[in-house]
Design a protein around this ligand. Structure first.
Ligand SMILES: Cc1cc2nc3c(=O)[nH]c(=O)nc-3n(C[C@H](O)[C@H](O)[C@H](O)COP(=O)(O)OP(=O)(O)OC[C@H]3O[C@@H](n4cnc5c(N)ncnc54)[C@H](O)[C@@H]3O)c2cc1C
Length: 470
């Protein structure tokens, strides 16, 4: 629907850059925005046809993919730069302390994505009366969306929300609730959502006063709802009747890196099928090749949720990742949270060790490469196709991509774009989907193989090839 003046719909959704975080919908004073699934299994803002006031630009001021004057650098500086003993790296943003460990509290680790530390922290904030309510993500009973944000007032409710959710979720209703209900809140989110929350807290004193803690998850990329459907199809289920998903199932016989996705399908006749697909059984390929990755994620440069008070990630280092039970690495940027962690490490409810920040960064090397190196190539490719991109911190992208690396990025970029449309066009049929995608990706994959094979070619010929093949 055409809008009369610039808003998130005209400047972000129309440019295919909406991540569907929902902050704009939650804060819009005219209730003119709603977050709904688009045709690509992604959440995006839609307008409700109400006229915006000519002077209102709130939706744009809170959007993480609009060119706001504040980015993760300036927000991080305002929030954390003056903390005593604070440290900073370009990759991680600010941090007070960096840890590796897990929660020893019953059930956290078994039911957690990694070491159960995120659940431990959110539960502790409630137990220690630091907040009244926690907003986190849980499975829903709805057919339209398998996961959604929920407001928890008890530690038991928080515990029921553990595990990662590689599925669209949005915060519109949570933000609207916080605006209309007094209280002290903690909210957990991906880096884009944490940035949007901080931008919203700048424009709304109520949000600033009520949101006491923003807790982040490291993110390499988000996924559309089609990702879960695809994995379900890979496991022999019917994606059209996908009914429930549990991401991050652990197996005692597999390393933590080889986690599973459990699915359940329920068809119209009432018959049900269940299955589990592990990372090494095909999930790895669609994840790493960026199938079903929303376009906005192609232009995100925040790995460590730089605006969050604490950020949790998997311990993807050989020393820890072979243990099926899971470990977390995490950074804290709040003295209150740091003291809470150190106190609970002493009473035995946590197993914690200090970890050098360089190790935390190394554990996320693929995400760092993607968001701080490959992003330059994706911006170039988008520019070539006249697709708008947001302003990014390219000054931090120091490493140069090899020619072969550029073709890999090109293949992945193409896969992220084409998989969005072809999954529905193929009627969610696996072999038809691959048949449709193959011709597009073949050329790019051949170029990668050719360049890999040409590894020994003299530099002068390589530079000639570079000019020809760009
Ligand atoms: C889309 C996505 C991409 C990720 N990419 C990486 C990565 O590249 N590298 C890495 O090391 N880690 C990544 N993570 C984080 C990782 O999967 C774990 O969530 C993290 O290690 C915390 O583990 P835990 O055991 O402490 O969490 P748990 O104790 O299981 O708690 C997880 C908490 O996160 C909340 N949550 C889950 N999904 C979402 C979501 N989508 N939005 C908001 N809140 C949510 C849950 O409600 C729960 O409260 C990603 C997570 C997501 C959702």
């Amino acid at each position: 629907m055409a809008a009369k003046h610039k808003n998130v719909y005209t400047e972000v959704v129309d440019h295919n850059l909406c991540i569907g975080c929902g902050l704009c919908a939650g804060i819009c004073p005219n209730h003119n925005l709603k977050i709904e699934f688009n045709n690509f299994g992604e959440y995006a803002a839609t307008t409700q046809g109400v006229d915006c006031s000519d002077t209102c630009d709130l939706c744009l001021r809170v959007c993480p993919f609009y060119d706001n004057p504040d980015n993760e650098d300036t927000l991080g500086r305002q929030l954390f730069a003056t903390l005593p003993d604070v440290k900073h790296t370009d990759e991680s943003g600010y941090y007070l302390q960096s840890f590796v460990g897990y929660s020893s509290v019953d059930g956290h680790r078994d039911n957690g994505a990694s070491g159960g530390m995120a659940t431990w922290m959110l539960e502790s904030l409630l137990k220690d009366n630091m907040v009244d309510c926690v907003a986190c993500v849980s499975p829903t009973a709805e057919k339209t969306a398998l996961f959604g944000f929920t407001l928890c007032n008890t530690p038991q409710q928080v515990r029921a929300c553990s595990r990662s959710c590689y599925y669209p979720v949005e915060m519109g209703e949570v933000v609207a609730h916080i605006l209309s209900h007094e209280g002290r809140y903690a909210v957990i989110g991906l880096p884009c959502a944490c940035k949007a929350l901080r931008l919203a807290m700048q424009v709304s004193p109520k949000l600033k006063r009520r949101i006491r803690f923003v807790v982040g998850l490291v993110c390499g990329q988000a996924k559309s709802a089609f990702f879960a459907e695809y994995i379900c199809a890979l496991g022999g289920g019917n994606p059209q009747s996908l009914n429930a998903v549990t991401f991050r199932v652990k197996s005692k016989t597999r390393p933590a890196t080889d986690f599973g996705m459990k699915f359940a399908c329920l068809d119209d006749s009432g018959s049900s099928t269940e299955g589990v697909i592990f990372w090494s059984q095909g999930m790895n390929q669609v994840w790493c090749d960026r199938y079903f990755t929303p376009n906005a994620c192609n232009f995100c440069d925040d790995i460590f949720a730089e605006c969050a008070d604490a950020v949790f990630m998997d311990a993807w280092l050989p020393k820890y990742s072979s243990d099926p039970r899971g470990h977390n690495i995490f950074l804290v940027r709040s003295t209150i949270l740091r003291d809470l962690l150190n106190r609970c490490a002493k009473d035995g409810s946590l197993s914690l060790d200090n970890l050098d920040i360089s190790e935390a960064i190394r554990s996320q090397q693929p995400a760092v490469n993607s968001k701080r190196r490959d992003i330059t190539e994706r911006i170039r490719l988008a520019g070539k196709a006249d697709q708008p991109t947001p302003l990014k911190r390219l000054v931090l992208c120091r490493d140069k991509l090899s020619l072969e690396g550029k073709w890999l990025v090109r293949t992945q970029y193409l896969a992220s774009q084409r998989s969005r449309t072809e999954w529905v066009a193929a009627n969610k049929d696996l072999s038809e989907f691959s048949r449709r995608l193959e011709p597009d990706l073949r050329h790019s994959q051949r170029m990668q193989r050719l360049l890999k094979g040409l590894g020994y070619v003299p530099r002068r010929i390589k530079s000639l090839l570079r000019k020809v093949l760009r």
